[in-house]
Design a protein around this ligand. Structure first.
Ligand SMILES: C[S@@+](CC[C@H](N)C(=O)[O-])C[C@H]1O[C@@H](n2cnc3c(N)ncnc32)[C@H](O)[C@@H]1O
Length: 126
């Protein structure tokens, strides 16, 4: 089973998915994220760390064979054209695969925590 974890940050979910049996491509565009992920999760086998922006970078490094699972955790609010991104990712799903978006929603997020500027270190605006 092969997963791509997009906006992986320091790789917590990527490593968890390897423990479930996945081989993982973990991608993030933040300069500091991947070295930190590699340092903190140094022993992580079956993770390929990719420096890649979801919206604007060439996805050539992603697998041509597609993915059984595509995960985006806590990255969705930072995307500008979510429809385009989801369509292009869905095209990479293998038959029977799943695309999972884990994101806060207004209904369960207190008002004082709804502004993305509380996470400025995560944003790279084009
Ligand atoms: C709040 S962190 C979540 C990290 C990780 N997914 C987790 O759940 O722990 C958001 C991450 O998404 C990354 N990110 C935001 N927009 C991105 C984009 N367009 N392409 C790649 N990574 C992006 C940021 O660099 C940051 O590491």
């Amino acid at each position: 089973m092969v997963d791509v974890e997009l906006g992986c940050g320091t790789g917590e979910l990527a490593v968890f998915l390897t423990e479930l049996g996945y081989t993982v491509d973990a991608a993030d565009f933040a300069e500091g994220a991947l070295p930190r992920a590699q340092k903190e999760r140094g022993g992580a086998e079956r993770v390929r760390w990719l420096c890649l922006g979801i919206e604007h970078d060439d996805p050539a490094e992603l697998s041509d064979d597609g993915y059984d699972l595509i995960t985006l955790r806590l990255v969705f609010p930072f995307l500008h054209d979510r429809t385009r991104v989801l369509h292009s990712l869905a095209a990479r799903l293998r038959a029977g695969g799943a695309l999972v978006v884990i994101t806060p929603v207004v209904a369960t997020t207190p008002e004082e925590r709804r502004q993305t500027r509380t996470w400025p270190h995560c944003c790279r605006w084009p």
